[in-house]
Ligand binder design. Structure first.
Ligand SMILES: Nc1ncnc2c1ncn2[C@@H]1O[C@H](COP(=O)(O)OP(=O)(O)O)[C@@H](O)[C@H]1O
Ligand SMILES: [Mg+2]
Length: 397
């Protein structure tokens, strides 16, 4: 079955659409990557989203407009992926949508809201769509995150030592082989927020860590930031831009006369330190890193320094391009749902039990889904040898 996974993370830099051929035989789920296309949100939509995110108060009319706008952007990404990566033969779309609020109170998740109305995706592609992945786990008493943990566990099972999957998006999260999974804290979120402020909105991120590379760490500021109680809370735990946002930096005094380069050097070390501490706390012998953060060489350099005794690789080495890994993971979760299989491991999310995730929107042919699978997969094998570069003209099929 060809599944298109759609993902836009807390950085809302782009809608990533990864396509995979997935097959479940005798407990082995084989994923053949077909490639990824990334479509950035239009300027207007991105600005509207920025304005709507916490701690902003947003009228429902705006929520409706965003739900539609994001749904249409996801639909456009899915149409592209179906045409360019699946040769027009996609079978299912799995859409994460755009998280606009993750309601955590008293250390518990009470709700989570992903926008991007799936009807637009079903209408544009004709394919059935699985969306709203997180809610079911929340309803089952879980945190609704990190959801990629089940995919990580299936994927890294059988590797020697204690391999830990690490994704550095806006927020960074990890999955350890015993099922421990949690958000470590900021990935690129604080870096991006600082760069945006310092550049008056001209820059969206510290490209290649160039600014941070020119700065010096402000130790007092770093200590203040490291005092954040979130880092010391036990897992399972999740966080988001509800905590790590622009106002958070302002309150920490980041914009009170600190040189931009020094502020970015400090925030880059903050991310590296909190990630490395988390990785160490779960006893990792190997880190398989993904997400946009691995493209920041200052950040990865610091991580390698702080984790000197741990092998740090990117997911590319295991066949899943770092920028596309999360979108592939949602393709897998969509496949599991379509086959009536659970998409969570309660050890990771803290739920009472595993859940078959998501809500289904019919495609042009209604609910024509495969028969339920008898058994859940025990392993995920990435058949990267068959991987083609995306968007090669005439290579559809
Ligand atoms: N060349 C680069 N240099 C530094 N940072 C980068 C680079 N490319 C991407 N990033 C960072 O990665 C982020 C996006 O990562 P991504 O995995 O898409 O996160 P999310 O899942 O939150 O959308 C950007 O906001 C930026 O901070
Ligand atoms: Mg992204």
């Amino acid at each position: 079955m060809r599944v298109i996974g759609l993902m836009s993370g807390t950085s809302y830099d782009a809608v990533d659409a990864a396509a995979a051929e997935l097959q479940l035989v005798d407990g082995v789920l084989t994923l053949r990557p077909l490639g990824m296309v990334s479509t950035s949100y239009g300027g207007g939509l991105r600005a509207a989203l920025t304005a709507a995110l916490p701690p902003a108060a947003v009228p429902l009319a705006e929520v409706c407009r965003l739900d539609t706008g994001i749904g249409r952007a996801f639909a456009a990404a899915a149409v592209r992926a179906d045409r360019e990566l699946c040769g027009g033969r996609g079978g299912l779309v799995a859409s994460h949508g755009q998280t606009v609020f993750h309601w955590v109170e008293g250390g518990r998740t009470h709700g989570t809201l992903q926008l991007g109305q799936p009807a637009w995706i079903a209408e544009a592609t004709g394919l059935p769509v699985v969306a709203d992945f997180r809610c079911r786990d929340v309803a089952a008493g879980g945190q609704g995150a990190p959801l990629v943990s089940l995919v990580d566990l299936l994927w890294l099972r059988g590797r020697p030592g204690r391999p830990v999957a690490l994704n550095i998006g806006g927020i960074a999260n990890l999955t350890a082989p015993d099922g421990t999974a949690f958000d470590t804290g900021p990935g690129c979120a604080l870096l991006d927020a600082a760069v945006r402020e310092f550049s008056g909105g001209r820059l969206a991120y510290d490209a290649d860590g160039a600014l941070a590379a020119r700065g010096t760490v402000d130790q007092r500021l770093l200590d203040r930031l490291l005092a954040e109680p979130y880092y010391r809370r036990p897992a399972p735990k999740t966080t988001g831009k509800e905590l790590f946002h622009h106002g958070y930096l302002r309150a920490a005094g980041l914009f009170d006369g600190v040189r931009p380069e020094d502020a970015l050097a400090t925030l880059t070390l903050l991310t590296a330190r909190t990630v490395a501490d988390a990785v160490t706390s779960v006893g990792a012998t190997e880190v398989i890193a993904s997400g946009g953060g691995v493209r920041n060489p200052v950040l990865t350099g610091l991580l390698r320094e702080l984790l000197a005794r741990t092998a740090v690789r990117t997911s590319d080495e295991l066949g899943l391009p770092a920028a596309a890994k999360e979108a592939y993971a949602f393709a897998v979760l969509g496949f599991l749902t379509a086959h009536g299989l659970p998409g969570t491991d309660p050890r990771s999310t803290g739920a009472r039990r595993p859940s078959v995730l998501g809500s289904l929107t019919p495609g042009r042919d209604g609910f024509r889904l495969p028969p339920p699978a008898a058994d859940a997969p025990e392993r995920l094998v990435v058949d990267a040898a068959a991987r083609r570069e995306p968007c090669v003209p005439g290579s559809g099929g």
